[in-house]
Design a protein around this ligand. Structure first.
Ligand code: NOJ
Length: 542
């Protein structure tokens, strides 16, 4: 349901489709639009409101598609523009909205603009679309400053004529110059291109990184990762005030359409700063990485939930909640560890995980997330209970982090392994039987397939379906009412509308449930009126 006051995106559950790994329709081992179209019914039946599709544009895939060589087309491995149109229509027919991923901070080095820039002279208008500079030191042979790139190494690469270009990520991802009006006009036109095709919104990649301090000052960082500096004040390339002008103009583009369209920002910013992106004339929503990264501990979660709701209420924006995505270790694995939070960017590896415990906690976390007011994101496969594949053979690794870190950081492939749908052996219905998926699936995923989940009344999939059905149909879970109720240390208890409440027990003691309540849904077995450790429950007051 969507009204002018209560547009769909304020409470939507959005399913993230990592298209490369979702479903392969043509048997080449890589997911594609045909595969996604064939599974739309599954998503509609799951009960989500929208899908967000990771970049599907032509790309050399140096960074899984976040290196876009043409923003107005589809990667041939994924399909065609015509298939994209059909997908959008079919999704809409099933009541699913479609959100794309736009990558405005950088292009691929194969993008026509960058190729022209390389061929043009220093100081040319072609180079001004990117960030080219002369180097320092003798003959300009040192990079222009000391910034570190996100996947390792410097943020600068030298071109044959001696100039250097900036890339906050891989060398194959040159940063655009957002001080150039041509860049601004181009992206507004790209937005219109896809809105005209019927898409309902965009996830904005690196929304906090697009504007740089033109002086490009040294940072003095010693850490290998650029991400380490995200919490620094007045950072020369993160969260600069100049990004807000861009988003105001993007909002005006979206508001020019009759349908309620949505932007969701990927913005890693200091506490309190996210609300700036969500002022009424800027973006609608932003990912809540504080929630994703938070340890599964009651006091810490409570603090993040409170801060989120309070901060965003100041600008009238809804909260969002997310547990996993294509960049982070899957939460079943994280929650099975001694330390359940995310601490190190790009992987907190080699810590043992108790997957049975992680799964129990992931079930509880799902009920927590889906009971909170606002919008929520589900990363493909979390509804199947998938864990991080931490033992991928080194020869299979594709994340640029692996090469750029000199084979010291494995990167993010372990959460990107193709989904298991049916059957007992790889590729588990992801592809045709003889195809080899682009990343190998573990043999034991036979008990994690959608088919196996479907056959088990107590599976993760059934839990997600039940929760999403209730969330959609129960008036108490709609709207934005939210109030904490007293509960012992290590537990969370809150009330939504119409006498609905949610209790989460993250302590070691069983938690007595409030009296005069009926259980609507539980993440695990209850023990005669007691909520066991690592379990959550939705309750209805009698
Ligand atoms: C964030 C995306 O989620 C990640 O996958 C990508 O590597 C970087 N942005 C660079 O585009």
């Amino acid at each position: 349901m969507s009204t002018a006051h209560d547009p769909w995106w304020r409470s939507a559950v959005i399913y993230q489709v990592y298209i490369r790994s979702f479903a392969d329709g043509d048997g080449d081992g890589t997911g594609d639009i045909a595969g996604l179209r064939s599974r739309l019914q599954y998503l509609a039946y799951l009960g989500v409101d929208a899908i967000w599709i990771n970049p599907w544009y032509p790309s050399p895939l140096a960074d899984g598609g976040y290196d876009v060589s043409n923003f107005r087309d589809i990667h041939p491995t994924y399909g065609t523009l015509d298939e994209a149109r059909k997908l959008i229509t079919e999704a809409h027919e099933l009541g699913l909205r479609v959100i794309l991923d736009i990558v405005p901070n950088h292009t691929s080095d194969q993008h026509a603009w960058f190729q022209k820039a390389l061929a043009a002279a220093p100081g040319s208008p072609e180079r001004d679309r990117f960030i080219f500079r002369d180097g320092r030191g003798e003959n300009g042979s040192e990079p222009p400053n000391d910034w570190h790139a996100a996947f390792g190494g410097p943020t600068w690469t030298r071109t044959p004529d001696g100039q250097w270009y900036l890339h906050l990520f891989a060398p194959e991802q040159p940063d655009l110059n957002w001080d150039n009006p041509e860049v601004r006009a181009e992206f507004e036109s790209i937005l219109r291109f896809w809105f005209d095709l019927g898409v309902d919104g965009f996830r904005i990649d690196v929304a906090h990184g697009m504007v740089k301090d033109p002086a490009l000052p040294d940072l003095g960082l010693t850490e290998f990762s650029v991400i380490a500096g995200e919490d620094q004040e007045n950072h020369p390339h993160w969260d600069r005030d100049g990004v807000h002008d861009i988003f105001r103009s993007w909002r005006a583009v979206a508001d020019g359409y009759p349908d309620p369209l949505v932007f969701v920002a990927e913005a890693h910013v200091r506490p309190g700063r996210l609300a700036h992106y969500l002022r009424p004339d800027e973006l609608h929503t932003a990912f809540n990485f504080d929630f994703l990264k938070c340890a599964l501990e009651a006091d810490k979660l409570r603090e993040v939930i409170d801060r989120t709701i309070t901060d965003l209420a100041k600008v009238g924006a809804p909260a969002t909640w997310v547990l996993s995505n294509h960049d982070e270790t899957r939460h079943v694995t994280r929650y099975g560890r001694a330390h359940t939070g995310v601490t190190t960017p790009l992987r907190d590896r080699h810590h043992p995980s108790d997957l049975a415990l992680g799964t129990r906690r992931a079930r509880a976390a799902a009920l927590l997330m889906l009971a909170l007011p606002g919008s929520a994101y589900i990363y493909q496969g979390e509804e199947l209970g998938l864990y991080e594949v931490e033992d991928l053979p080194e020869s299979a690794l594709q994340d640029p982090t692996w090469e750029r870190s000199g084979h010291t950081v494995r990167g993010r492939d372990g959460c990107r392994v193709p989904l298991p749908w049916t059957g007992d052996t790889p590729p588990f219905g992801f592809s045709t039987a003889e195809a080899v998926p682009w990343l190998p699936q573990p043999e034991n995923w036979k008990s994690y397939t959608a088919e196996a989940n479907q056959a088990d009344r107590t599976s993760m999939l059934q839990l997600y379906r039940s929760a999403l059905r209730l969330r959609r149909t129960h008036p108490g879970l709609r709207g934005e009412d939210f109030r904490w109720l007293d509960s012992p240390d290590g537990t969370l208890l809150f009330e939504r509308g119409d006498g609905v409440s949610c209790a989460v027990n993250l302590s070691e003691q069983p938690l007595p449930l409030p009296e005069a309540c009926t259980v609507l849904l539980a993440s695990g077995p209850l023990d005669s009126g007691l909520l066991p450790a690592d379990t959550a429950v939705w309750l209805q007051q009698d």
